[in-house]
Design a protein around this ligand. Structure first.
Ligand SMILES: Nc1ncnc2c1ncn2[C@@H]1O[C@H](COP(=O)(O)OP(=O)(O)O)[C@@H](O)[C@H]1O
Ligand SMILES: [Mg+2]
Length: 230
């Protein structure tokens, strides 16, 4: 089986200011279809930088990055942008929903950017399927102001899922939520892995991390897999 994501010796150095600083230091990581990975580490340890590199918003300075078996560490930006939209769904701590649009309209926005307008019926069925996958189909016509934080985050997850990504990248998606609604958000992310999606979750929450198939600690840019006894 080809790994979805295979990082090997990924290094990212920040130049500028005074001295160059190594933000990612020889990171290796393999994620297969349907696998879930937690990345845990202190603030400033490089977690968001790592997700940016994986999600092709940023490039490594050295190392190898194979996506679906293809080496892409040095891909030109136009091709990287294509892979970014065809392969990845992003979820952030802030939901970034448009206030004046309903849940369904917010999710539909993801279809506009990527592929132009699909026929209305097809669009509607994809949107409703994505909302259903995160358990909030009944909120399709609600606006964000009427929803809880956890519901708003699930709209954001539906928006990431509607384009059928191969990998979800979630950067502290429960950071602004209480424990109970946070758990529902993690449920929605894990449900996607059951349909074959890969998941990389950055989190401070031990309980959420413990639900992932692998846990990796990032300390000063060095990533180490935690060996868990189950
Ligand atoms: N664009 C940038 N310019 C300057 N410093 C940055 C930039 N991006 C990240 N950093 C620095 O890189 C380090 C890692 O940041 P980040 O990946 O956001 O960590 P984390 O997500 O684990 O909190 C931090 O010290 C941060 O200040
Ligand atoms: Mg961060």
């Amino acid at each position: 089986m080809t790994a979805l994501i295979e990082l090997d010796g990924i290094t990212k150095v920040l130049k500028g200011q005074e001295q160059p600083r190594t933000i990612l230091d020889g990171v290796g990581l393999t994620v297969n279809a349907g696998q879930s990975v937690a990345i845990v580490g202190r603030s400033g340890s490089g977690k968001s930088t790592l997700l940016s590199v994986i999600g092709l918003f940023d490039r490594p300075d050295s190392g190898s990055y194979r996506l679906d078996g293809q080496e892409i560490a040095k891909l030109p930006e136009r091709r990287a942008a294509k892979l970014r939209s065809s392969h990845f769904g992003f979820v952030f701590q802030r939901f970034f929903l448009l206030k004046h649009l309903t849940a369904a309209q917010n999710v539909a926005m993801a279809l506009v950017n990527g592929q132009g307008w699909l026929p209305r019926r097809q669009r509607r069925s994809l949107v409703m399927e994505a909302l259903d996958q995160v358990g909030i189909a009944h909120l399709a016509k609600s606006r964000p102001a009427k929803m809880s934080g956890g519901e708003q985050q699930r709209v954001a997850i539906a928006r990431a899922l509607v384009r059928d990504p191969k990998i979800l990248l979630a950067d502290e998606p429960t950071g602004a939520l209480d424990i109970e609604t946070g758990t529902l958000v993690i449920d929605a992310l894990l449900a996607a892995t059951e349909r074959g999606c890969g998941l990389i979750l950055v989190t401070h929450d031990r309980d959420h991390a413990a639900r992932m198939g692998q846990i990796h600690d990032l300390v000063d840019g060095v990533l180490t897999e935690r060996v868990t006894v189950r």
